[in-house]
Design a protein around this ligand. Structure first.
Ligand SMILES: Cc1cc2nc3c(=O)[nH]c(=O)nc-3n(C[C@H](O)[C@H](O)[C@H](O)COP(=O)(O)OP(=O)(O)OC[C@H]3O[C@@H](n4cnc5c(N)ncnc54)[C@H](O)[C@@H]3O)c2cc1C
Length: 305
């Protein structure tokens, strides 16, 4: 093995990098502060033939207690954005928190991202997941994303939103190993900053009062099986409050699983499987997790029909 880059560390506990506060160590881990650093780290991983992934704020991840092999790069230090209030453009680096961006563009009189203020992820994660809430989603406003193919780390390129196969909580980036470096949004210019900011704040307020924001979670665990709502199905079966170890179906919102303090990833994994089984048995609906599950051996407990 060539000497690892100076900024890479081994054995870093990933629970500190997920909002569920679970997850074992990363074999190799770094938080690049610049795009050049990210590209150098990606080049090293590729040259060493190591498995390689990028995470943002870890707000949609269930990482196994045994941790992750290979290289894990966390983008949350890659922050910054450039706003053009006249033309209605904003370009943000992948690690920019999406709520920060929502506040920033609102103050500049740009409307479009008000829905995103309660989503505690990064811009990169929002593009990959096609994050959405309160009637809006990333696909509605994204113009393009600058991406990197780890197999060709020296040649970042741009994909238009129309190239990303966006669907409900889906983009093709969930299947392809491309890293998002930055995203460009086209927003509605010339709005009253006070009005856009007030709408943004109201959106946040309505979420924090109806969802368990004070406890570690990953937001909604399951996609909604339209026209049904996953939370309504789970609540209807009386599963609010159900526990495995310190993992609990939130008494406030049934599509959230919260960590009561000492949950293991395996507790959460078992609870997700239990909820799925019960909904399948009662309603013949196989709920699909929205959460990404990393580092678990073999077949998934969630692989039900
Ligand atoms: C309290 C709470 C509320 C939530 N509410 C919502 C909601 O209303 N709507 C919603 O859609 N989601 C919601 N979520 C889930 C989550 O915040 C979103 O899915 C978010 O977009 C994930 O962003 P992230 O940066 O945390 O990504 P991560 O969780 O770190 O990663 C998610 C996936 O994206 C990949 N990824 C991340 N960054 C990059 C990158 N730069 N390049 C390539 N791949 C990358 C990861 O490998 C992983 O596969 C909520 C979560 C919490 C904790």
């Amino acid at each position: 093995m060539r000497n690892p880059p100076a900024t890479i560390r081994s054995g870093v506990t990933l629970r500190d990098y997920t909002t569920w506060r679970v997850g074992g160590p990363a074999e190799w881990f770094a938080e690049p502060g610049t795009e050049d650093e990210l590209i150098a780290l990606a080049s090293w991983a590729v040259a060493e033939g190591l498995p390689f992934r990028c995470i943002g704020a870890g707000s949609n991840l269930l990482i196994a207690d045994t941790g992750l092999t290979g290289v894990t790069l966390c983008n949350r230090r890659l922050q910054g954005s450039v706003v053009d209030p006249t033309e209605g453009w904003v370009e943000a680096e992948a690690g920019e928190p999406i709520p920060t961006l929502a506040r920033r563009v609102a103050k500049a009189g740009l409307s479009g991202l008000e829905w995103s203020v309660g989503i505690p992820g990064t811009v990169g994660g929002a593009v990959v997941m096609n994050a959405g809430a309160q009637g809006g989603c990333t696909a509605d406003w994204l113009h393009s994303a600058r991406v990197l193919d780890p197999a060709r780390p020296a040649e970042p390129f741009t994909l238009l939103a129309s190239d990303l196969d966006f669907a409900y909580r889906h983009s093709r980036l969930q299947e392809e190993p491309l890293l998002v470096l930055a995203a460009r949004f086209r927003l509605s210019a010339g709005q009253d900053p006070a009005v856009v900011s007030a709408r943004t704040s109201a959106n946040l307020q309505s979420r924090t009062s109806s969802q368990p924001y004070q406890q570690p979670s990953c937001g909604s665990v399951f996609r909604n099986p339209e026209p049904e709502k996953a939370g309504r199905l789970i609540e209807g079966l009386g599963l609010k409050g159900l526990r495995v170890g310190e993992a609990q179906v939130s008494p406030l919102h049934a599509n959230f699983i919260v960590n009561l303090g000492g949950a293991l990833a395996s507790d959460i994994d078992r609870l997700i499987a239990l909820v799925r089984e019960q909904v399948l048995e009662a309603h013949h609906i196989a709920l699909q997790p929205e959460v990404k599950r990393l580092g678990f051996e073999g077949g998934s407990r969630w692989d039900l029909p």
